[in-house]
Design a protein around this ligand. Sequence first.
Ligand SMILES: N[C@@H](CCC(=O)N[C@@H](CS)C(=O)NCC(=O)O)C(=O)O
Length: 206
Amino acid sequence: MIIVHHLNNSRSQRILWLLEELGLDYEIKRYERDPKTMRAPASLKKVHPLGKSPLIEEDQVVIGESAAIMEHLVGKKGRFGAPDDPVLARHYNFYMHYAEGSLMPPLFGMLIVNKLGLLGFPARKPLRGMLAEHFGFLDRELSSRGWFAGPDLTAADMMMSFPLEAAQSRAGLDDRYPNITAWLNKCHERPAYQRALARGGEYDYA
Ligand SMILES: N[C@@H](CCC(=O)N[C@@H](CS)C(=O)NCC(=O)O)C(=O)O
């Protein structure tokens, strides 16, 4: 049995989505963020020293990092992984890394800057400019294909769901980027996404 160490309002929601798409059995162990600091509880550090979610556990082996978890899960069923076409496989690889490696850092910066109020003001404009470049690029990418790695949904889309949902809520991503908006709607309409939401509980971004 797969155990998902699931933090409310977090990246681990996308792991539940993949599990639902794959039809795998899983159990959720829940952790609640501290409402003031938004940090995960110390009990998560008993599962992995960094105490970050998502984490999955299977046969007493713990796997961390969303993309590593996703690669492990897609390997079980051979579905939602890299497409056979080499060009699409490159897109898949790119987005599996880009979501956390390039898109999340300025979004995390925005989270901090928004919290700082006036103190964060000088950093707001450059961060917004940086993010507008990302959103413009992603919107153009999605104008030529339905999903990030081609005509079919893959784990790369699931990786991209959290940053783009967070971007809608904190970084000005809106209808100026119609292809991203349409893509997000398509993600949210999937029955497996809805089942994951129902099982995962509190998630402010969908
Ligand atoms: N790159 C990691 C990021 C993990 C991460 O930062 N998770 C956040 C939740 S969205 C977390 O656990 N935050 C609570 C904390 O840092 O205390 C991944 O994709 O798994």
